[in-house]
Design a protein around this ligand. Sequence first.
Ligand code: ZN
Length: 283
Amino acid sequence: MVVEIQNRQRPAVDLCYQGHSSQGQMKQVLTTQQNSNKQVSIANCWDNGTSSWVVTWKRQPWSESDLAQWADLQQALQNIHPTVGHDNWKWIGIEENTFTVKDFKKQLADISAATMGLNNGGGNTTIESLWNSWIPMKVNFLIWRAVNERLLIKTALKHRGIPNIEEGCTWCNIGLDEPQHLFIRCQVARFICSIIALWCKTPQLTIAQDLFVWIDMLNNLDGSKEKRKTIKSIAFTTIWVLWLRRNEEIFKAKGIQIQSSVEDIKILSFLWVSNRSKLRGLT
Ligand SMILES: [Zn+2]
């Protein structure tokens, strides 16, 4: 579901809802210098002559977070030409104007199939290779974004042309700040993963050197369906906690603590699986 914000009379900050910037600082900086004392409308940011977005800043976006949000917003606004009419709610689905969860999953599957090349045991690429109902949607989306190169990581920011980005891994400074390294190959991630692998008695968690191979391995573990789904939940929770720790290190200069990270993975996966499955919990 997307909303196409088109009405030029709306406040310019509403443009943030078009992209991923709704929760970010972009709302605070997206206001023109000339109109800093009053609310700026979308019309103020749209040049009808050149059919393009023109924004002058009250405060130039400068931080990594600002620049990432601005890049996202620009991308989201690429094909939007504001009008004097009403905004549109639009579901870009298989059946026009009808949103269904099945349709939503099908779309994700199509995107995944086109970009990931995952092998789900029998040569079929399916969204089931990623989607896991025992963990929160935000974690599923993190995994999906990681394998589809949609994470706002340093290498992606540099690729978008944002200057002065140091691409190195935050923890080891050997690899790059990109999903394959961050989640699978980095020695810090591997050490944490090895402790988790011991805890859930699944040494395979540490064998893969590639994110896609790792997910394939998770989809093809031995054991009951419940056991496989539990291990997959723990593995995805590991990715989630690594991502949180990476962000804390970058944005809060908070060094990673191995022991507390491991505890967080155990606690979160226990809570999520206990609450979302019929299982009583992990042992
Ligand atoms: Zn590293």
